[in-house]
Design a binder for this molecule. Structure first.
Ligand code: HEC
Length: 155
């Protein structure tokens, strides 16, 4: 059997393909960490946009359904001040949403969830809760949030 003459053209083409392969692998290996670097920021931005949108919806719902008792932007009235730092610290979002859903029996605070005879979906209640939470950043120091009119302070 005669030794096959080395095929220069084939060898060159093979080397070229290998070079391309290594190049593409390097690009992919580099893209991944870059992606990983930017991805959390993107996700955080999307989350914030989503929360901002919910809070805006909640603000509208609050103005239309709650402000008459709880005051414009939750500053209090015949019902507790919900923008109070102390209230927002005391109540988790879950607790606030649950209270809005079922209301406070024996008070004028009604049940808002459709499940309890109210008019709101859980999404709407969630939006209001998100809105109230958004007030926390500039919440005033207001330990007597349940008595915004100062009715129990006597004298
Ligand atoms: C008709 C008046 C009235 C309206 C309207 C009303 N509330 Fe209330 N709400 C009250 C009163 C009164 C209380 C205090 C009940 C109690 O603890 O005796 C209260 C309590 C609350 C509390 C608990 C506060 C605390 O001190 O723990 C939350 C949260 C709340 N309301 C949210 C809402 C939201 C959100 C809406 C609108 C969807 C709303 N309320 C509409 C009268 C009202």
């Amino acid at each position: 059997m005669p030794e096959r003459a080395p095929d220069d053209a084939l060898e060159r083409s093979t080397n070229q393909w290998m070079a391309w392969g290594i190049g593409i692998m390097l690009v992919m290996a580099l893209i991944f960490p870059v992606y990983r670097f930017f991805e959390p920021a993107n996700r955080e931005a999307a989350r914030e946009a989503q929360l901002g949108f919910l809070a805006e919806q909640g603000a509208d719902l609050f103005a239309g359904n709650c402000a008459s008792c709880h005051g414009v932007e939750g500053t209090g009235g015949v019902a507790p001040a919900l923008n109070s730092m102390q209230f927002l610290e005391a109540s988790t979002d879950e607790q606030t949403a649950a209270l809005i859903s079922v209301g406070v029996p024996g008070s004028t605070m009604g049940a808002y969830s459709l499940d309890f005879g109210g008019s709101m979906t859980l999404e709407q209640i969630d939006a209001i809760t998100t809105y109230l939470r958004s007030l926390e950043e500039f919440a005033p120091d207001f330990p007597d949030w349940r008595d915004p009119l100062g009715l129990t302070q006597g004298g």
